[in-house]
Design a protein around this ligand. Structure first.
Ligand SMILES: [Zn+2]
Length: 406
């Protein structure tokens, strides 16, 4: 059977967790302790160059296999039926080919390969947050299989979402450990798939920073939900555990205190701004999508901390409402997005509710004020196919859950 080469499904680039400015920094290291890291980063940058070509020309680079394995067609979960994940983990065996060899499917026992098993568990935890808290059955709201490839490339220093699957490198071992070590990274990458199927925020400038922000929000919430952490005790870090001990840094980003995640002789200092006054105008990084995401990230974290309790029960729900409302446009910027979150808070919790006030004060603290008046709610269906599903409450966790969640 022949399959026609499939055009890359989205005009957006692949969305990687490690931004290009950090890779460039590592590539420039002239220190024997980091020879392997510098070499790996140089190769990652070279490897990403054809990706940029691809975005311009619409032709996939040669290292992306055209052929895709056939998908099972699964109907959407019926209302009242708890959804369960359908995970498929493949091993690229250190080549840069996708999808690689399928090594663990749903329900199969642990393999003993730490990256395979961490990806499997992380996909399960991400699925569980979206299903139980937000009533969403997988990325598309209709039970699409969750696919990931691990051991991608040789000491590859990144993790990315390519429009179909999550792809994880093992890291160079000097700066980065493997990227499956961080649950927030796994949740972040999967959330790019959710955004692509809902708000479709364009991966450039402010809308791109919001796209990154939404992935950080749900990446952090997956971790907090999995660990039962409230907003006050959460770390609000993205990518904790991906740096080796040689790096002076806690994580790739801090949502609560952008600009403080790392401060290292070699890597430099985390460049994320924490206030709209310090918004970074740049052509790099798709217009600074991994930089300026610090601004909405801090607004979210501050609102959650002001409210206390579990972030997924209030601000997380508000953000999910906005993401799936069908009201966002692909080019929306910070101020419109902020106004939508206030409107969603008003709708769900009531105007002048503590939730609405906390959201407003979170945005205000990062300099997003004087929010625009929004158009009245259009009478059109939300774009989100998962919105008909019931929601499972946190108290039902564990009861009747798939045995694969642990
Ligand atoms: Zn991302």
């Amino acid at each position: 059977m022949t399959r026609t080469p499939r055009p890359y499904p989205y005009s957006t680039p692949h969305k990687a967790i490690v931004p290009p400015y950090l890779l460039a920094r590592i590539a420039a290291i002239d220190d024997p302790r980091f020879d392997v890291a510098a070499d790996a980063a140089r190769r990652s940058l070279l490897r990403d160059a054809p990706m940029r070509e691809w975005r311009r020309e619409g032709e996939p680079p040669s290292f992306i296999a055209h052929e895709r394995p056939a998908r099972d067609e699964r109907p959407a979960a019926l209302p009242g039926m708890a959804p369960s994940p359908d995970r498929r983990i493949s091993d690229a065996e250190n080549a840069e080919r996708l999808p690689g060899r399928l090594v663990r499917r749903e329900g199969q026992p642990i393999t003993g390969d730490a990256a395979v098993d961490a990806a499997y568990d992380g996909l399960g935890e991400t699925f569980e947050l979206f299903a139980r808290v937000f009533g969403r059955d997988s990325i598309d709201g209709a039970g699409i299989p969750l696919e990931a490839t691990v051991h991608y490339g040789d000491r590859y220093d990144n993790a990315f979402w390519d429009g179909e699957r999550m792809v994880f490198g093992d890291g160079d071992g000097e700066v980065f450990r493997g990227f499956t070590n961080s649950l927030s990274v796994i949740g972040h990458e999967l959330t790019h798939g959710v955004t692509e199927r809902t708000a479709k925020l364009r991966y450039q400038g402010q809308s791109g920073a919001l796209n990154e922000h939404i992935s950080d929000v749900f990446g952090a919430l997956v971790e907090q939900y999995g660990m039962g952490q409230d907003a006050a005790s959460a770390t609000w870090l993205i990518g904790e555990g991906v740096f080796t001990d040689l790096v002076e840094g806690r994580a790739i980003r801090s949502m609560k205190e952008p600009g403080t995640a790392y401060d290292d002789d070699v890597l430099g200092r985390d460049p994320q701004p924490d206030h709209f006054d310090r918004y970074i105008e740049t052509d790099d990084d798709n217009g600074g999508v991994h930089l300026n995401s610090g601004i909405p990230n801090r607004a979210f974290a501050l609102a959650a901390i002001e409210l206390g309790g579990f972030a997924w029960e209030h601000v997380g729900r508000i953000w999910y409402d906005v993401l799936t409302s069908g009201r966002l446009r692909p080019d929306d910027g910070f101020h419109t997005f902020a106004a939508e979150t206030v409107r969603a808070a008003d709708e769900r919790f009531g105007a002048d509710s503590p939730e609405s006030r906390a959201v407003t004060s979170g945005w205000s603290a990062v300099g997003i004020e004087e929010l625009p008046a929004l158009d009245p709610v259009p009478e059109r269906a939300a774009s989100d196919a998962g919105s008909t599903m019931p929601t499972w409450t946190s108290s039902s966790r564990g009861a009747g859950a798939s045995p694969d969640f642990d």
